[in-house]
Design a binder for this molecule. Structure first.
Ligand SMILES: [Zn+2]
Length: 350
């Protein structure tokens, strides 16, 4: 069964549910696009967790009626407990600073400290394309991980934070926003330029009274580490692929889950946009798009292997692609396919 995107957003009042906040893939500003940047939420009761913080995530939280949305000033971030970033490409983090900075005016921290979890420091620059010699940005620390990134954001925008904290006399904010690197075992991080990624089993790294979150490495070179996440709750499990080409690590992570939220790219569109013969720059982009993302033809069989009953497509590239193309992901998959759209809500469990 296929649920397409030419429809009203799916609704659910389940205690535990997936909310798609934004479903557009990539950093491009699509013409005539109706999708916000990539971001999702896992809701468990009156609390929620954000996965990736693409363009528009803040207002989308309110439109999705998460947290406290009836008060102009105190929500919706009062319900937010943690943010999980799959990888540090701009389309996944560009509104992180929006959540944190504007967050003080939207309830951030009212429900307790907020931790931002994501990949650690890459450790070294990616190899330059043969024949090129780019100069690195911030050469003293050119590949910061999530912990350093969040600390740098707080430092960079300290004038604003301190203005609001001191004017309003808000106390107890020491450590109210913290960045943490997901503790992938060091043996899997030894070669950041390795391609494909090392095979590994999921690593649980976060647990509270609502969710347990595990991570694994996925295939999105040259950016590294790139992560997929699994949320286990009392009601069921939701897995996010992050950006990845086909990955056995991801299949293992998703085994037995209730919902797999998987990225997808239209290979025909890529081929039409980057026709051969391609120059060296176009060739590098082309290879990244078709090799480090998952083609429509491949995503159904991946969900079938993982045995998940529901496959939700997100991070659609191009974000303006016709629904009929995405529906072809049903091939090779016997479960329920949802071509995701912004503000879809899908429950798990009762
Ligand atoms: Zn990416």
């Amino acid at each position: 069964m296929t649920i397409s995107a030419s429809r009203a957003p799916l609704v659910s009042d389940a205690r535990t549910r997936l909310v798609l906040l934004g479903t557009a893939g990539g950093p491009n500003w699509w013409l005539d696009d109706t999708r916000c940047g990539i971001s999702s939420a896992v809701v468990v009761g009156d609390r929620y967790y954000v996965v990736d913080a693409g363009a528009g995530v803040g207002p989308q939280l309110r439109r999705a009626r998460l947290g406290n949305w009836k008060s102009r000033l105190w929500g919706p971030l009062d319900g937010l407990r943690a943010i999980f970033v799959t990888h540090l490409h701009s389309d996944h983090v560009c509104d992180l600073n929006n959540l944190l900075g504007n967050g003080l005016a939207n309830g951030l921290g009212l429900g307790g400290p907020v931790t931002v979890w994501g990949p650690g420091d890459r450790g070294q620059l990616p190899p330059a394309r043969p024949g090129s010699s780019p100069s690195a940005v911030a050469p003293d620390s050119p590949t910061p991980g999530t912990s350093e990134m969040v600390e740098s954001l707080l430092r960079t925008f300290a004038t604003d934070y301190n203005d609001r904290l001191f004017e309003q006399g808000i106390e107890g904010t020491d450590g109210f926003i913290t960045g943490r690197d997901v503790p992938i075992p060091q043996r899997y991080l030894a070669d950041p330029n390795g391609d494909p990624h090392p095979r590994m089993s999921p690593v649980p790294f976060y647990e509270d009274d609502r969710v347990r979150v595990s991570a694994t490495l996925v295939q999105h070179a040259p950016i590294f580490p790139a992560l997929a996440f699994r949320f286990d709750t009392d009601d069921g499990s939701i897995v996010f692929s992050g950006d990845t080409g086909p990955s056995d690590n991801l299949v293992e992570l998703a085994c037995g889950a209730d919902i797999l939220v998987h990225e997808v790219i239209d290979g025909d569109w890529v081929a039409a946009d980057f026709p051969s013969p391609r120059g060296p720059v176009d060739e590098a982009i082309y290879r990244h798009l078709v090799g480090k993302h998952t083609l429509i033809e491949d995503v159904g069989p991946i969900a079938e292997r993982a045995g998940v009953p529901t496959l939700v497509l997100n991070h659609l590239v191009p974000a303006t692609g016709p629904v009929q193309r995405w529906e072809q992901a049903q091939r090779g998959y016997s479960g329920r396919l949802v071509v995701g759209m912004d503000l879809d809500q899908l429950g798990v469990g009762a």
